[in-house]
Design a protein around this ligand. Sequence first.
Ligand code: NAD
Length: 510
Amino acid sequence: MRHSVQVMATTRIEQVPTGRNFIDGQWVAARSGRVFENRNPADRDDLIGYFQESSAEDAEDAIAAASRAFASWRLVPAPRRAELLFAAAQRIAERKDAFAREMTREMGKVLEETRGDVQEAIDMTFFIAGEGRRLYGQTVPSELRDKFAMSVRQPLGVCSVITPWNFPMAIPSWKIIPALVCGNTVVFKPATLTPLSAANFVRVLEEVGIPRGVVNLVTGGAEVGTVLSSHEAVKVISFTGSTTVGRVVNERAAPGFKKVHLEMGGKNVVMIMDDAQLELAVEGCLWGGFGTTGQRCTAASRVVVHERVYDEFLREFARRAAELRVGNGLDAGVQVGPSVSEAQLETVMDYVKIGRQEGATLVTGGHRLDSGSHAKGWFHEPTIFGDVDPQMRIAREEIFGPVVSVMRCRSLEEAIAIGNDVPYGLSASIYTRDINRAFAAMRDLYTGIFYVNAPTIGAEVHLPFGGTKATGNGHREAGTAALDVFSEWKSIYVDFSGRLQRAQIDTQEL
Ligand code: NAD
């Protein structure tokens, strides 16, 4: 995400709050003395604060602190680590409303959704804290007499956590909390567009007594991210963001053989069959396509509709989309907030132009909203293209905005083929009343997440979350699958026979 960073002398900015980095248990300024602005995307006159424009040195300081802290944190019993996390979940719950309001102000999604975001962080923290008393390994019989065999989860060390702006508290919690419960330490770099929500989360961890150096926050852009993905002391990188940046992170981490967990872009499909409950499908596509202003990795940006119900569906979908209330997410009744930034809005407008040039039919929307109550924000009409060919760019590339491409199909098989024919593989869904079709689609869509009679969004924290192909590199977050990212297996054999016993040797002895 492009973001303009303003450099100011600290003396000129005393009137507005300045967020700091959190390194080795202290809230500190970046060594460069530079800061960047954080403005409300619904009202660019609303300056939320300044945050540290950190450089490589700050990232190195944080990694050094996390390395030192690992020596003792890894030895704290996991149930004790978890007690701190339970306390953190409780404290976030107490401040849910305030955190949600600040989140809406800094990134624009409507209050109901930011409350959901904070709730997800609460749920994840409670859920994963419970793992402090489990972290199950295996005990298995040995092939030899008087010998005991087991496997245990081990922490790896310093984890870099690099996150996007669209779920500013939920996504960090999906990474930081499992990293901590497993006994790792963390250096966290949030998106430059959402440093306040990141600081709110880290402050709670500080308040409940997470020891110094165990969690560190460094705000800033690619320079910080570069150190976090290449530094020798970093053992795990958990990244969520665009496929372009994820690839860079992966390449940078490869020479050091780091464990890299990548959650990246999506181009998710809803398939609507001719036996579907159409009203339900319309509701699902409105929420899936325009919820979070289409800025979800799981957004339903493609809809493939059986030709027998195509016209009816598109007519109703367009009618309802045109009725959606776009505005400031803090205002009651608003259903769709702004794009997160000017750059993101420009991307949306570029794709609208591309869609027209490619010959798709603009069914509704297509314009920026910039007058009246929309004058000071990055607003765009909910936009639907019909007659989209699956090979068009608007049907293949992630737009990350309120733009949905609707395509025709003649059969389930064709819908599945279109559904799979994109570089991404995060989420897919089918609307049908035929259980055979539902199960066939569930099996044949090559995605990490699948829904039946629901849109492509709505994951729950206790199931694995992640995607295939250019969306992910095989790891999963959330659920207990997250523990696999932040721990590694050690197999332990205890021989209590008092003599040399040789495994892997062919022997007839019973
Ligand atoms: P982004 O890739 O621009 O940024 C993600 C993070 O990477 C930010 O913290 C950013 O500052 C950092 N970064 C930027 N350049 C870097 C570099 N050179 N080295 C290391 N870090 C660097 O993504 P974004 O715009 O913040 O978020 C939107 C993207 O995130 C979309 O593509 C969306 O699909 C994806 N996303 C994916 C999931 C998922 O679970 N699959 C969830 C949410 C968002």
